[in-house]
Ligand binder design. Structure first.
Ligand code: ATP
Ligand code: MG
Length: 465
């Protein structure tokens, strides 16, 4: 245990509460000596590192993705004085190389009771003390850097501006310039045909036009994905063509199909069995790779829960769950929500969306509140303009900007995704029937901005792929 008068500063990053519950019990009685701080967002931990040293960083199961561990590796390289502890389920241990790069000193296998968590934490605090001694010793040896900077200054340095390796733990140059992963939004439903693909494709369009940033949509409905059909694209490659190199890295640029709306699509294979051989780990690696190349990633899913879909939920910042206004759909949504709870899927970014709402169907908002225990975060009406827009290959907000469904999307989406910073998205003038037909007949060159339909904001000038 540390003898220092100030308590050891422990930071825990995890989006599930499995680890946190044990942890709260584990630190009872250590109150004066340990200051444990829980975070669910990596960005918060980033800011924390910028304010001062962290003695122990414990990362939970939600960070056990390639992206998550690379982020930890980045912190480790920038803050070698921080002891990294990794807590994860025994059957989902990450690649040892990634763990090594992340600087994991301690591995806590979950599920773990408070006693085991406390033991691991105390060991980590012991290592932290040793590390402090070692670092102090190194500083006492004169070196060009030690003359100018103290170790404390080293620890407080921002990783972005750090160019030289630390004296004790050599930083991995590989992780130096890693960009932040995309804001990830997954669209899901317990029942088929609720409008997931409609919403995901319209969101991709809104994010691309409303932010000018890089947007991708991944079709995770690997058997019967309809994203490319909805967007009228003919992809050369699909997710089933992915190839991983020896280190498990993926080059996704050749797999993406550009859309004239200013975003890229990672298509599902046309053959329902083509993706059968792809394991969840490969798909997770692909999603991770896409997230590192774009600013926003939309994930469209099948109407079922499987390992791949749950993996997508786990890394998503927002989970949009759709239902329609009928008893089976709302009941299934309740089962869906209970399942998320049971599987400890983080629900802080969960939004419930009612789609195809119609009057006079006997179900009221009160009924829904009673069944789900909460109301809708967004309601979209049934509107024939949706099918028309799909047939025209246009987002509904462009094909029919005055339609109620378009108005609701334009007003509601920026509120659902406030951090996306959607601006300048104002519906264009309603297209006449003739204009719509002309637009549909216009020759299309996939991804060519010049062939894009009339826009409210310019296309992003630079695309990744
Ligand atoms: N608000 C709406 N008003 C009218 N039609 C809609 C609306 N939303 C979606 N639709 C239509 O409903 C049908 C199903 O929508 P969509 O394919 O998006 O559902 P899905 O949830 O992706 O289905 P699946 O579960 O099969 O993947 C489509 O024909 C779509 O155009
Ligand atoms: Mg669909």
């Amino acid at each position: 245990m540390p003898d220092s008068p100030t308590p050891a500063f422990v930071v825990v990053l995890d989006r599930s509460d499995a680890l946190v519950r044990s942890l709260i019990k584990a630190v009872e009685g250590l109150d004066d000596t340990v200051d444990v701080n829980l975070f669910t967002k990596a960005a918060e931990v980033d800011s924390l590192f910028a304010t001062g040293p962290v003695d122990v960083l414990m990362v939970g199961p939600s960070e056990m993705t390639v992206t998550g561990l690379r982020r930890v590796a980045k912190w480790h390289a920038a803050h070698p004085g921080t002891v990294v502890m990794v807590a994860c389920e025994a059957d989902s241990l990450p690649d040892p190389q990634l763990l090594m790069k992340a600087g994991a000193e301690q591995l806590l296998k979950l599920p773990a009771g408070p006693a085991a968590v406390r033991r691991a934490l105390l060991t980590a605090l012991g290592v932290s003390e040793h590390l402090k001694d070692e670092l102090t010793t190194v500083v006492e040896v004169p070196s060009p850097r030690a003359e100018e900077e103290t170790v404390e200054e080293d620890l407080e340095e921002d990783f972005e501006v750090e160019e030289e390796p630390e004296p004790v733990v050599e930083p991995e140059p590989l992780v130096d310039a890693e960009p932040e992963p995309a804001l990830t939004i997954t669209v899901s439903s317990a029942t088929g045909g609720c409008g997931k693909t409609f919403l995901a494709t319209n969101l991709a369009y809104m994010l691309a036009t409303g932010t000018g940033k890089r947007v991708a949509i991944i079709d995770l409905d690997l058997q019967f994905g309809e994203v490319v059909a909805t967007l009228q694209l003919k992809p050369q490659r699909t997710i089933a063509d992915v190839e991983l190199d020896d280190e498990g890295n993926v080059d996704i640029s050749a797999l993406m199909t550009p859309h004239k709306g200013g975003f890229d699509v990672l298509a599902a294979p046309p053959d329902p069995v083509a993706a059968e051989g792809m394991g969840p780990a490969t798909i997770a690696a692909v999603i991770d790779a896409v997230r590192m190349q774009y600013d926003f990633v939309l994930i469209d899913t099948p109407p079922s829960l499987n390992e791949v879909v749950l993996g997508a939920f786990d890394i998503s910042d927002h989970l949009l769950v759709l239902a329609t206004l009928d008893i089976p759909s709302v009941r299934n949504m309740r089962v869906f929500l209970t399942t998320l709870d049971r599987l400890q899927i983080p629900t802080d970014g969960l939004h419930l969306i009612l789609n195809k709402a119609e009057k006079g169907v006997e179900l009221t908002a009160d009924d829904i509140q009673r069944v789900l225990g909460r109301g809708w975060d967004l309601e979209l009406p049934y509107d024939r303009e949706v099918s028309r827009s799909v047939n025209l290959g246009l987002p509904v907000s462009e094909a029919a900007p005055r339609a109620e469904v378009s108005r609701r999307l334009v007003a509601g989406v920026p509120m659902l995704l406030p951090e996306a910073g959607i601006v300048g998205f104002a519906p264009a003038q309603e297209m006449t029937f003739l204009a719509r037909i002309l637009s549909a007949l216009r020759p299309r060159k996939e991804g060519a901005g010049k062939d894009a339909p009339p826009r409210t904001t310019p296309l992003p000038e630079e695309k990744t792929s």
